[in-house]
Design a protein around this ligand. Structure first.
Ligand code: MD3
Ligand code: FE
Length: 199
């Protein structure tokens, strides 16, 4: 990696611009099959990020709580994870197990994600890999426990992050975007992909 922040390995600009554009085309097809939706928390508050997934499982949240589900809220199965996305997982992790979920987060201007842990997966031995596409985003990394000092870094289009080992359960979030910082997405904003082994 180019740098490591609290155990999170950061590969700056790992995806070249042409590869980013090809991946966005693949994601457009996936989003056409499984449209982005605005999840609701169990408390009935809408999240500001819009989401969908690809793979055997997708991550959903509604009044019943949050969980991995084999189907999109519309009832359709999730589309397959694009080969262009799996190729990044293979090249960077070198694992012979592939992810069963690619969570697709879309941030329009003003969207954010509060500090949280990713702990809905069965086995935390597997890493989570993230790919950033589009506008710059201010990413915040905290600690295994809630609260305490945090570190922030700007993620830019083409960056890949790997959260493994002790970093797998660290608190993290997205504070804000830098609107208009990238021309990759016609409609602006930011896409973040997180690849997860679920069960
Ligand atoms: C550190 N997404 O979907 S990706 C998420 O940019 C999520 O959309 C953010 O947090 C986003 O859950 C951050 C970077 C990331 C993803 C998973 C992690 C960092 C992580 C898991 C453990 C530790
Ligand atoms: Fe997360």
């Amino acid at each position: 990696p180019d740098l490591t922040v609290r155990g999170v390995a950061v590969y700056k600009g790992w995806l070249a611009p042409a590869a980013q554009a090809a991946m966005v085309d693949d994601l457009r097809a996936a989003v056409a099959a499984a449209p982005l939706f605005q999840p609701e928390t169990r408390f009935g508050r809408k999240m500001s990020v819009r989401m969908t997934s690809a793979g055997r499982y997708g991550w959903v949240s509604d009044r019943r709580g949050y969980r991995y589900d084999a189907r999109h809220p519309s009832g359709v199965a999730w589309p397959p994870i694009p080969a262009s996305v799996l190729a990044v997982w293979d090249a960077i992790t070198g694992l012979d197990r592939r992810p069963d979920c690619c969570l697709i987060n879309y941030y329009a201007e003003g969207a954010r994600m509060g500090m949280h842990q990713d702990r809905d997966e069965a086995d935390f031995q597997w890493p989570v890999l993230s790919i950033s596409l589009g506008d710059d985003a201010l990413f915040r990394i905290g600690n295994l426990e809630r609260g305490g000092k945090t570190e922030s870094l700007w993620l830019t289009s083409g960056d890949v992050l790997v959260m493994g080992g002790a970093a797998r359960l660290v608190h993290h979030g997205i504070d804000r975007l830098r609107p208009g910082s990238s021309g990759l997405l016609t409609q602006g904003g930011r896409l973040n992909l997180t690849l997860r082994v679920v069960d």
